[in-house]
Each structure stands twice: as C-alpha cells, then as structure tokens.
Design a protein around this ligand. Structure first.
Ligand code: ADP
Ligand code: MG
Length: 246
C-alpha cells in the first residue's frame, strides 16, 4: 500500500497564451507521502497544484490520479475523481452566509447525498479534530484567520479525500496564527494523509515532508529530502532562494 502511486505526473506542460508556465513537469506522489513545493513567486507552484486536480487544464502531458489520467476522462468522471482530492487555498474561501457547521455539511449532503444527521455528526467530529467544536454555530466572519483556515481544512476533510492539496495555507495569516494551522496539518500527515503542500514554512517541511520540490520558471529544478534542500541545496537557483527565506 505504501508504494501505491496516488498521483503521477508525466510531461505536464501548461501555457497561458504564449507563456509557458509549466514545462515538462514529472513527479510521483505515493500513498502517505508529504511533498512540500517551494519556490519564488511566479514559479508556477499554484498552477502546478491546480493541474493536479484539473482546476487548470494542462496544455499537454498526463496527470494520473489513482491510475486514471484526468486529462482523458469525461467531465462526470472528473467530478467524481476530484471529490477524492481535497484542496485548501491561501484565502480560506468559506461560505460567508453559512455557519461553520453548515459549511462542513454542504458538500457531503449535496455531492455525496449523505443524510443531514450523518453529515452533522461527521462535521462535529471534524470540528473537534481541528479544535473548533465550540464554533459550530458561529459564522466565518466572527472567526480569526487561523480559525477560518482550520475550518477550511475540516471542510475539505468532510469529503473524506484520499489526498490533500494545500496552496500556501498559512501565508495570509498573522504570524501568531500560523502555528495552529501547521499543527492541524502535521497531525493530518501523522495520520497518514497523502499531501502536496506549497509552503515556505521550513520548520513544517523539515518535520513533516518526505521530499521538498523546488520550482522556478516552470520547472522542478531540485527534489531533495528537507534536510538536504534547506541545508545543502544543489541547484544554484535553489541555493539563492533558500538563502533569502532563511
Ligand atoms: P506561483 O504560485 O509559483 O507564484 P503561479 O502558478 O501563480 O505561480 O503563476 C505562474 C505564472 O503563470 C505567473 O507568471 C502568472 O502570472 C501566470 N499565470 C497564472 N495564472 C494565470 C492565468 N489564469 N492567466 C494567465 N497567466 C497566469
Ligand atoms: Mg501561488
């Protein structure tokens, strides 16, 4: 099981108009692995992550999820497969007009046809897991950024995904709230969740990541263990970048 390929990317490229944003990207994410993706702004990290669940359509190449190439499935199949991948963004994107509890219940009821009672039970258990059970009936605007992001993670988990994609989940937060979100992510990783995380949080990457991928100019220029990447990067661009973030 441990060696099962959850995501496999082959010769992925993405153009926006004439601009090559991703160039011949290859990579494999195995079951239970945590991959951290780092790199300068504009490197293509968000585009890469969005290609993994086809929120962005690749220009060419394959993106396989659990063995199925997402670039060659019907839109119905794509929706079914995408349900199995959770995504958390920099901006929390909670539904502002719904309580925290309803935010978590919506997709399981609408998409998975879960009963209201079951969805509520699952939602409360997940809120407990992220330490926010007492906020079930609060509206998102009354929560801190860190709390909102923890709700966003719980909402993604409510669909029982097989992989979680995180795009700079802590970079919009005040510094004092970063820790509580990383802690939830660390627990998730400890429980064996397969994760791809765009983040520059070195402490998190060092303690949680199996591999760190450095991206620049639409390429993955280096893949290393966190210790090698942060202590002894080989690629010159990676050296330069890491020198600036440390
Ligand atoms: P990163 O997340 O590493 O900062 P992005 O994936 O957001 O990088 O962007 C990579 C490049 O692609 C940037 O030059 C950006 O301007 C461009 N880009 C991203 N999304 C679009 C889009 N929808 N249309 C045109 N260009 C885009
Ligand atoms: Mg980005």
């Amino acid at each position: 099981m441990q060696d099962k390929k959850v995501i496999e990317v082959n010769h992925l490229s993405k153009k926006f108009g004439e601009t090559d944003v991703l160039k011949d990207i290859n990579g494999t994410v195995k079951s239970g692995q945590v991959i951290c993706v780092i790199g300068p702004s504009g490197a293509g990290k968000s585009t890469f992550l969005r290609c993994l669940n086809l929120l962005e359509k690749p220009t060419s190449g394959e993106v396989k999820f659990d063995g199925t190439d997402l670039t060659h499935v019907s839109s119905k199949q794509l929706l079914d497969l995408r349900e199995r991948m959770g995504m958390v963004f920099q901006s929390f994107n909670l539904f502002p007009n719904m309580t925290v509890l309803k935010n978590l219940m919506l997709a399981p009821i609408r998409v998975k046809h879960m009963s209201e009672a079951e969805a509520e039970k699952t939602a409360i258990a997940l809120l407990d897991r992220v330490g926010l059970k007492e906020k079930a009936n609060a509206y998102p605007s009354s929560l801190s950024g860190g709390q909102q992001q923890r709700v966003a993670i719980a909402r993604a988990l409510a669909m029982n995904p097989e992989v979680m994609l995180f795009d700079e989940p802590t970079s919009a937060l005040d510094p004092e709230m970063v820790g509580e979100v990383l802690e939830v992510m660390q627990e998730l990783a400890n429980e064996g969740m397969t994760m791809v995380v765009v983040t520059h949080e070195m402490g998190f990457a060092k303690s949680v990541a199996d591999e760190v991928w450095f991206m620049a100019d639409g390429y993955i220029l280096e893949r290393s263990s966190p210790d090698d990447m942060f202590e002894h990067p080989k690629n010159d661009r990676a050296k330069d970048f890491i020198g600036k973030i440390i």
